[in-house]
Write a protein that binds this ligand. Structure first.
Ligand code: PLP
Length: 394
C-alpha cells in the first residue's frame, strides 16, 4: 500500500535493506522510544523486559554501563549526564530528611556546594572532616549518620584516603560509603574492592579523555542500584545515546592513555620538586607525600599514582600570573583528565563562591597551581614548565 507524499516520506528509509552483520563497532540507537506490539508488550517493557523509552533505558548506555561495571568489578552501573548528575542522584536517592553525612572536607568544590547549599534544604545534615584523620572520621559519626562520602585522591593537595580503614568504621555502624574515584580511574584503584558500597566518576575526565564529552557513572551492587534507580529516572539525568557510544569508544583506549599520563605525572612531579621556585609538590608518587606508603600499597602502580598533581609557588598573585602566562605548551583549562596537559588555578576557580578564609581552609592557597598531566613527551612538558618558572624572576 502506498500513502500520500507527506505521509510516506515519514516512513521511508527507516528500515535497512539487506543484512547488516557483525559490525566491528556497535550501532548507535538515538531513538527516544521503541514501537510497542500491544498492551501486553507495554507492560513487559515497563517492567524492564525490553527497551521502550530512552530515559528509562537505552542500548548504548547499557553497553557503556556493562564496560564500567567490568572495570569497577561492580554489579550494575548507571550512566548519567555529568559527574554532578551522578553525585546528586546518589545523594538525593539514598539520603532522607533527618539523615547525616560525614563528608571528606577535601572533595570537589561543587560537591561541597551541593552539600552546603542543597542538602540542608532537604533536611540532610553534613559534617566536613579530614578523611586522613581516622579518629576525626570516627568522632564525626552520629546516631543518624547514613553515609560517608569521599574521593580517593582528593583535590587539590592529592591527599589519599585509606578506604580499607574508613569502610571498616562504616561497616560496624551500618553506614554506606560512597567514593568519587575520578582522579584514580579503575586501572589504578577499585574502591569496591576496598569495602566501598558505591563508586562514581565524572566520566568527563579520564573516561572521555579528549575533553569533548560530559558524563558520569555510578557503580554498585544490583540491589543498591535498584534503590537509586527511581530517582535516576525521575531526576532525568540519563546520558544521551551518542555520547554513550563515544564514551565506550574512549574506554577502549583508556588504559593506554591513563598509563602514559600517569607515568608523565611521576616525571613532572620529580622535576618540579627539584626546581627552586617550587615550595612544595603534591603527588602521591613522591616519597615525602604523606600517604606515599599507603598509595604504593593500595594502587596498581603499574598504572601509576594518577595524573593530577599540584605544586605551590610563592603566594604572590603577580608572580603566579607571570608563570601561568609564560606557559607555551600547557594551557589553562577548566577541566582535567584530557590527553593534553592543562593547568588550573584552584583558588580562582572558587573565588566567586567562597570567602578568603574558606578558601584557605580548603587548602586553596594563592600560589597553588594544579596540573592535569597529558600524554605528550614528558621532556617537552618539563621544558615548558621550567621556562615558565624562570619567567617569574623577571
Ligand atoms: N568529581 C570530581 C573529582 C571532579 O573533578 C568533577 C569535575 O571537575 C566532578 C566530580 C564533576 O563532574 P562533571 O563536571 O562531569 O559534572
Amino acid at each position: 500500500m502506498s500513502y500520500n507524499l507527506d505521509t510516506e516520506v515519514l516512513y521511508q528509509g527507516t528500515t535497512l535493506q539487506g543484512i547488516v552483520r557483525n559490525p566491528e563497532t556497535p550501532a548507535i540507537y538515538p531513538s527516544s522510544a521503541y514501537i510497542l506490539d500491544d498492551m501486553e508488550d507495554y507492560l513487559f517493557a515497563d517492567k524492564g523486559g525490553r527497551y521502550y523509552y530512552n530515559r528509562s533505558a537505552n542500548p548504548n548506555r547499557d553497553e557503556l554501563g556493562a564496560a564500567v561495571s567490568f572495570l569497577e568489578k561492580g554489579g550494575k552501573t548507571l550512566i548519567c549526564s555529568s559527574g554532578m548528575a551522578a553525585i546528586s542522584t546518589v545523594l538525593l536517592s539514598l539520603l532522607k530528611n533527618g539523615d547525616h553525612v560525614v563528608m571528606n572536607q577535601a572533595v570537589y568544590g561543587e560537591t561541597v556546594e551541593l552539600a552546603k547549599w542543597i542538602l540542608p534544604g532537604y533536611g540532610i545534615e553534613v559534617s566536613f572532616v579530614d578523611f586522613t584523620d581516622l579518629e576525626a572520621v570516627r568522632n564525626a559519626v552520629k546516631e543518624n549518620t547514613k553515609m560517608f562520602y569521599t574521593e580517593v585522591i582528593a583535590n587539590p593537595l592529592t591527599l589519599v584516603t585509606d578506604l580499607d580503614e574508613v569502610t571498616t568504621i562504616a561497616h560496624t555502624q551500618g553506614i554506606l560509603t560512597v567514593v568519587d574515584s575520578t582522579f584514580t580511574t579503575p586501572f589504578v584503584y577499585r574502591p569496591l574492592e576496598h569495602g566501598a558500597d558505591i563508586v562514581l566518576h565524572s566520566m568527563t575526565k579520564y573516561f572521555g579523555g579528549h575533553s569533548d564529552l560530559t558524563g558520569g557513572c555510578v557503580t554498585a551492587s544490583e540491589e543498591l542500584i535498584d534503590r537509586i534507580n527511581p530517582e535516576y529516572l525521575l531526576l532525568g539525568c540519563c546520558l544521551d545515546p551518542v555520547s554513550s557510544w563515544m564514551f565506550l569508544r574512549s574506554v577502549k583506549t583508556m588504559s593506554m592513555r591513563v598509563r602514559a599520563q600517569n607515568r608523565n605525572a611521576v616525571k613532572i612531579a620529580e622535576a618540579l620538586s627539584e626546581d627552586p621556585h617550587v615550595r612544595e609538590v603534591y603527588h602521591p608518587s613522591l616519597p615525602d607525600h604523606p600517604q606515599h606508603e599507603l598509595a604504593s600499597r593500595v594502587f596498581d602502580t603499574e598504572y601509576g599514582y594518577g595524573a593530577m598533581l599540584s605544586f605551590r609557588l610563592e603566594d604572590d598573585h603577580e608572580k603566579v600570573s607571570a608563570f601561568m602566562k609564560s606557559l607555551k605548551l600547557i594551557r589553562y583549562l577548566g577541566t582535567l583528565g584530557g590527553i593534553r596537559t592543562t593547568f588550573t588555578h584552584p583558588r580562582t576557580a572558587f573565588r566567586n563562591n567562597f570567602s578568603g578564609e574558606e578558601l584557605d581552609g580548603m587548602g586553596l592557597a594563592e600560589g597553588l597551581v594544579r596540573i592535569s598531566v597529558g600524554a605528550e613527551d614528558s621532556r617537552d612538558l618539563i621544558e615548558d614548565l621550567k621556562q615558565a618558572l624562570s619567567a617569574m624572576d623577571k
